[in-house]
Write a protein that binds this ligand. Structure first.
Ligand code: HEM
Length: 305
């Protein structure tokens, strides 16, 4: 566009907004030049790391969790490019899925920052100040699950065959697989970890479940024309995403937890209080976003290949 055309377009835009273009142009005269730190908000971002103990490695723990949360936000952003699109091609679907998978690849391969990056003695000191908090309480992680698949795939495997698929969102919520990490099954009591999490997020989660009920990634895939659903690249992208989130990341996390909390016989109780060795392993959890894209054998051996 020429300078004249640009000025004309700006004039039209402000006319439509009912704002005098002269006032806007004069404003430009006095505005400050943009800087990196204002735009990226570095001061705010770098002011968010507040350790609770004297142990230097607690900083690694806090910051790596924050890095995860930022990437979770990038993932939710990309999911919405698919979920909220009315007319989506196989290419666009694949492009966004691959972006999401790459973010989860980063999260999985960087987990050594946690696994190798803290002294066990320091971790065992500062972890006591964090009880009963846990990464389990990451709301974005739960939203990624709700936005990726149908609720039935997030229901505790023990109830999946018997739960009424048309029951309320609240009933589905009460039977989500992750409730198992927050319930004492001998007393039926919910742990503090789960009670606090629900107090803050349950309402928001139920709204979110409803919002994504018809536009989660799995539903969007099934709404594509038959021939698009057979697109090889798209299927490969869906499988890659499912495997990266539900096996690769889960195993990277599980192995890091094992390093700090110990082996089978000596395992320490998790800060969140779950029977974590059993709860966190994908072969027990059986969380699969797109089960229809895996063979019977692959589903049966989930978490072991
Ligand atoms: C030394 C590092 C870590 C250890 C020892 C650890 C340990 C655990 C344990 C034991 C649980 C089971 C719930 C409970 O607390 O009772 C859990 C859940 C979880 N943690 Fe971590 N974690 C670590 C790092 C991280 C990091 C960096 C993240 C990133 C946000 C994270 C995210 C999660 C999530 C999302 C869950 C729930 C998983 C699910 O429900 O399947 N954790 N963690």
């Amino acid at each position: 566009m020429s300078k004249e055309e640009i000025l004309k377009s700006i004039e039209n835009k402000y006319e439509e907004l009912g704002v005098p273009v002269e006032a806007m142009l004069e404003g430009l005269l006095w505005s400050k030049p943009i800087t990196y730190w204002d735009y990226i908000q570095t001061d705010a971002l770098l002011g968010l790391q507040i350790p609770r103990t004297t142990q230097p490695d607690e900083m690694v723990f806090i910051m790596y969790h924050q890095v995860n949360e930022l990437l979770f936000k990038m993932i939710l952003w990309e999911i919405d490019q698919v979920a909220k699109s009315n007319d989506i091609s196989a290419e666009k679907f694949t492009k966004h899925l691959m972006r999401i998978s790459r973010y989860f690849d980063v999260l999985s391969s960087s987990f050594s920052v946690m696994g190798e990056g803290m002294d066990v003695e320091q971790y065992l000191k500062f972890r006591n100040t964090l009880t009963p908090a846990s990464g389990f309480q990451s709301a974005q992680y739960r939203k990624i699950e709700f936005a990726s698949t149908e609720l039935i795939n997030l229901i505790d495997a023990r109830f999946r065959d018997t739960i009424d698929r048309d029951s309320s969102f609240k009933n589905a919520y009460d039977h989500l697989y992750w409730q198992a990490a927050g319930k004492n099954y001998s007393t039926g009591q919910k742990t503090t970890l789960l009670k606090l999490f629900e107090k803050k997020y349950m309402g928001e989660f139920i709204d979110f479940m409803e919002d994504y009920n018809d536009c989660n990634l799995s539903k969007k895939f099934k709404q594509l024309p038959d021939e698009v659903q057979k697109n090889k690249e798209l299927i490969e992208a869906m499988r890659h995403y499912d495997y990266t989130v539900n096996v690769k990341w889960v195993m990277a996390h599980y192995n890091a937890a094992g390093k700090y909390l110990g082996g089978d016989d000596t395992a320490l109780e998790a800060t969140g209080g779950s029977n974590w060795r059993k709860y966190l392993h994908p072969k027990y959890q059986r969380r699969i976003f797109f089960p229809y894209l895996w063979s019977e054998e692959e589903v049966k051996n989930w978490g072991t290949f």
